[in-house]
Design a protein around this ligand. Structure first.
Ligand code: GLP
Length: 232
């Protein structure tokens, strides 16, 4: 595991961008993408770059259940606004939060199998979640319906008019689906993430802290700002 610490989120995001650029130059064709506030700077740098994504495929980690693609709170909407509208890809795969659970999850796993992820971008929740895989999720999990923790609902309510509007369930790629990526870049910024980062990188590998599973993957780069790295 390589750990890179930069002074600011902007510098850290620039570093993540350079890694993606290098991987694309080496032939990467499939990017695994994350939502949340962490990758927003990275997506801005990608939007403003000269890089051409028209030959690339993207696969997103997760989506709220019960929100349609055009809901302003859906991750579909977020990804289009942050990246896809400015930088068209060959194909964007996102889970459909309105689709039937069994069919949608099986179909998404087939998509991942047919389009192995070259570089997976990850954020981390304050409770150590990756994707929407909350503590206690099996390391053997594949794409499935998940129940969000109250702490995740509280963290994400800033995007909604009211806490009641935050969906309680989501579809998320599982831990095994994430680990099948050839390379993983985990980004974390801010002091609120420092404890989760420490537990993920230095604590025991345990399903109680989903991000700790990254210690078992062959090719992980962790890119932090100084605040998120302060407990290491
Ligand atoms: C969200 C997303 C994750 C994200 C994490 C951190 O709930 N499902 O993919 O990495 O929580 O979010 P943020 O980057 O806003 O701190």
């Amino acid at each position: 595991m390589e750990i890179i610490i930069k002074a600011t989120p902007e510098e850290a995001s620039r570093c993540a961008f350079e890694k993606i650029r290098e991987e694309m130059e080496r032939g990467a064709k499939v990017l695994g993408l994350a939502t949340g506030s962490t990758p927003v700077r990275l997506y801005r740098i990608m939007r403003e770059s000269e890089l051409d994504f028209s030959g690339m495929t993207s696969i997103n980690l997760d989506e709220y259940m019960g929100l349609s693609e055009d809901s302003p709170h859906s991750y579909h909407h977020f990804m289009h606004e942050q990246l896809f509208d400015a930088k068209p890809f060959k194909k964007n795969y996102l889970l459909d939060g309105m689709a039937d659970e069994v069919e949608e999850c099986a179909q998404f796993e087939a998509i991942i199998a047919a389009n192995p992820i070259d570089v997976q971008i990850l954020g981390i929740g304050t409770n150590g979640h990756i994707g929407f895989n909350e503590p206690g999720t099996s390391f053997d999990s594949r794409t499935q319906k998940v129940a969000l923790w109250q702490s995740t609902i509280d963290s994400n309510k800033r995007y909604f008019a009211d806490e009641k509007d935050v969906p309680r369930f989501a579809y998320s790629m599982g831990i095994q689906s994430i680990l099948s990526s050839r390379q993983i870049i985990l980004m974390a910024f801010g002091k609120e993430k420092a404890a989760a980062v420490k537990a993920a990188l230095e604590g025991p590998v345990t399903e109680d802290l989903p991000a700790s599973v990254l210690q078992t993957h062959k090719h992980v780069t962790v890119i932090l700002d100084e605040a998120a790295a302060q407990m290491l």
